[in-house]
Write a protein that binds this ligand. Sequence first.
Ligand SMILES: Cc1ncc(C[n+]2csc(CCOP(=O)(O)OP(=O)(O)O)c2C)c(N)n1
Ligand SMILES: [Mg+2]
Length: 344
Amino acid sequence: MVQERTLPTFNPATTQITKEEGLWLYEDMVLGRLFEDKCAEMYYRGKMFGFVHLYNGQEAVCTGVVQSMRPGEDYVCSTYRDHVHALSAGVPAREVMAELFGKATGCSKGRGGSMHMFSAEHRLLGGYAFVAEGIPVAAGAAFQSKYRREVLGDKNADQVTACFFGDGAANNGQFFETLNMAALWKLPILFVVENNKWAIGMSHERATSQPEIYKKASAFNMVGVEVDGMDVLAVRAVAQEAVARARAGEGPTLIEALTYRFRGHSLADPDEMRSKAEKEFWFARDPIKKLAAYLLEQNLANEGEIKAIDRKIQDVIDEAVKFAESSPEPDPSELYRFVFAEDE
Ligand SMILES: Cc1ncc(C[n+]2csc(CCOP(=O)(O)OP(=O)(O)O)c2C)c(N)n1
Ligand SMILES: [Mg+2]
């Protein structure tokens, strides 16, 4: 018998969603899922090297938050589990796949690989290999929006930053220091903890004196909310409120999304630590199936429309692999390029 934390309930009748929006959320989540499945396949075929951390199961968190922002204009900051955050932020799948293959056409020009997706164009502030490393970077991005708007008088500088990180990262000192500054300066930022219950093989309950992370917000006089991270509509509702708060100059929000990764920590992890019962509890809450069922039930989509999206995305992924395979390796003569920002 697994003891799972009670997921907060969400009544979808309290939210407004059009057919177009519903299908877009579905498409974005399917893109994340099918991309990661293909990534696993390519990894086991020896097409990429180093650690690769997949996002399967957590799609509703990324989609619910990023699609409540203005992708390409607002900032997104990720972790080493970053492929899907990059995709939702608008980085083309072919550029993410090429980066995984270490090719010159990758979004980090083949220099970064799985844990270092970056795109200035799409305002993706990066994947970060060190746990919690992105948190202060995201606060810096939020600070510059506020500074440009309030000090330099740039009325267009109303960008919001979403900062994603894990439950394990929320025990790192950078989390506490950054939340303090962000609340003090009322920075336009969403701190999104993807609580998937595990930090590699360390259970969150075992590592954390107060496992309800959202409650830590009150220590900084910040709004803290928990949300069912397997329900994209619930995440979206919470994110929309937090984005509105940030844009209105009312400061940050700490969102704790309760979620689960459907695969091991990385593709090198045999995933033997987690119990079958626990996995089954969460597999039954697959966010993609949940949204599809909702769209059908509400007559916002029919089976044919759902299947058409699945097929369309599969084509996008297949094309991404072809592009990555046929792209050139970075030229060794360019080893020292792209070290400084001025060399674009
Ligand atoms: C500063 C630092 N310490 C330790 C590690 C090794 N490490 C890599 S991932 C990880 C677990 C982090 O778990 P969590 O923040 O919950 O994210 P998740 O992997 O569950 O998405 C650890 C300890 C690291 N990368 N950086
Ligand atoms: Mg975790």
